[in-house]
Design a protein around this ligand. Sequence first.
Ligand code: IPE
Ligand code: IPE
Ligand code: MG
Length: 237
Amino acid sequence: MTTIPQHVTIIMDGNGRWARRQGKQRLFGHKEGVESVRACLEFAVEKGIRYLSIFAFSEENWNRPQEEVSGLMELMFKSVLKERKTFQDNNVRFRVVGDLRKLSKGLLDAIHALEAETAGNTGTTLIVMLSYSGKWDIVQAAQRYADEALAAREAGREAAPLTEARFADYLSTAGIPEPDLMIRTSGEQRISNYMLWQCAYTEFYFTDVLWPDFRKKEFAAALQAFSERDRRYGKIK
Ligand code: IPE
Ligand code: IPE
Ligand code: MG
């Protein structure tokens, strides 16, 4: 019996190396990576995983060569348009989380349209983490709390004291449960400034498989490993 996690998050890594091994351009790997996203989303739907989040583009990835950045953004745009039917057919709710001010208006409009269109879907929620980084998230949350506290004080009120739960409501992932399982492909064993706050008690699963090769079989293996973990949260069992 496998325990089904409520929220699985994936650091999809290794597209460039996968392409290089085939003697192709990096973008070829990113394109094949979209196929893995579709397979993993279908698998999440089949297994009844409530939330699947995927790290698609980090704050630091803006520093890659212009050609790669624009290739990735275009791929994102095309996928958002192309996958509408996949989402509706599978009752999937689509969301994007990150510093969206940096995206082009065309991409942003397409994202907002798909978010609105799928807002009523009640199955798996797919969250694309785009232009996201963990430190950015914590800083923007702190800034928003500070702004509200200051405004409250100026209005003669005291802001509600900060608690962990209240702080989490200012994060860009507010309302989304913390990940139970974090998968990273391509053999790297680091968090690369991903959900730093949210992964406080997440189980990590690292695999050498490159993202374009990560499909249902590999996802099932990760779930099996998760089932065998003993989550203690600092207590004694
Ligand atoms: C992951 O693959 C996708 C993104 C970070 C956008 P990479 O592009 O990092 O591939 P490698 O790590 O260079 O192989
Ligand atoms: C992490 O992968 C970001 C995404 C998967 C979107 P990177 O390839 O950017 O991470 P590093 O540079 O190896 O840490
Ligand atoms: Mg990489």
